[in-house]
Unconditional design. Sequence first.
Length: 526
Amino acid sequence: MSRPTRSVRTQVVGGFAVLIAAFTAVAGWSLQRQQRAVQELRLANEGYLQLTAKLGDVRVNAGLLTALLDRLVDERDREASQAWITSTRRSRRGRLAAARQVVRRSLARAEGVEDRRLLEQTDRTLLAIDRTFADDEPRFDALLATLARGDAAAAATMKDDLVHLEEGSEERLSRTIRALQGRVQVLSDGSERERRQTLRLTLFATAVAVLLGVLTTIRARRVLDPLARLRDRAQAVARGDLGTVSVPAAEDEIGELAQEFERMVGAVGARDAALHDANEKRLRAERLAAVGRMAAHVTHEVRNPLSSMALNAEMLGDELDAMGEPGSEARRLVHSIQREIDRLANLTEEYLRVARLPSPRLQREDLAGLVADTLVFVAQEMAVAGVAVVREEQAGVPAVRADESQLRQALLNLFRNAREAMESSSCATPRLVVRVEAREFEGRRGAAVCVSDAGPGLTPEATEHLFELFFTTKARGSGLGLTLTREIATAHGGALWAQRAAAVDGGGACFVLWLPTADGEGAIDA
Ligand code: ADP
């Protein structure tokens, strides 16, 4: 069997895989953006802001030192100013070193080229300022020594040089702080821009993912819908509905399952019908066996007394004739006794025929010829009943394999039933049409005899029970004729069924007796 075009697993798993992939992509992308934003924020907070604060300290310190220097030469309380200058000088390089540590930490963390360049530049500037501070140390010492000597003019010149140098460092620090603050501003603007962009893209990606989810759910429902139909069908089958139902072409495993299920139901139905047939046959056989036992009993108990009664009645009739009373009441009664005895004898014969139907001895027979012979045999009774007999033969009817005497018996039953049906209904134009034709049955070649009459046709009750043993609607019927005829047909591998006769054939009942032709058996020349 060819694989279905799209498997349920592929469709459902594929749909969910796309969904998971979409969600993973959205989540991964947004995580990465968040990570970057967090890193930039940390750099701004722990790096640039700390650095500007520390450098701001150093700059304030430098400004203070310049102010103290400016006033140092003219100061009356020179001791206190010198103490301030010394303590400020000592602490400023330590503050600068702390600021450079922050720069190095930030460098280790910075990923962007801009940040790295700015931090490296800052480090270089701080290093240069530190060197200036270091270089200034001997100048401070010399200034203080000059002041201690009381050389105010030389001290003023030295002070001016130092103030100039200190102002230069202060200016460089201010530039560096501005550059760092500018970078913080850039980072904060970028992070705001990033936040808005991330929000827009996240909303868009979420909408796409939701759309995919909805489509996958709709698809999954469409794929799984036939399961409900399959369940209903299974319930119907469980209730006994074994009829065939057409299913659409399989698109996936569920479609395949539905088709396989229908095939299985078909097989179960066929098996069911076969079982039913077998059961029917068994029941028929059991009934026939019962009739057989009864017939043997009847034969034993009734048949022998009947023949001596028939003999005695005949002798009694002869006696009355000899006494010259052929038309007397006694003679009429003897006739009536003889008729009843005949009928009873016929009945026992019929029972025996049904009960002891031997296996047919099959040989090649010309069905049309056999039908013609049998019709000659019943011609007299048909004429008496006023029945017009029409015989039709199709050319090229194949020979059948049949037991001649059993077939005659079957035909006689059908002809007599037709006559009796027309007699009982007081048919205006009694007519028996017997047609012999080539006919196929259940894919097998064969020939059929169709016996149609102009009687009342079959009642629904008769149609239902026609072939049942003992079913009869006639006052003096036995209900054995059609049972025997069907047994004969079945034993020949053939079939017998009833239908409505065509209007041209009388419009009454039509019995079709079909017999198979032997394989390779050719058509009989007309
Ligand atoms: P019997 O003739 O003893 O009744 P059969 O088995 O031959 O038994 O027939 C059974 C019943 O089938 C008949 O009683 C009759 O009701 C019905 N039947 C048979 N042949 C015909 C026919 N040609 N037209 C109408 N009914 C028929």
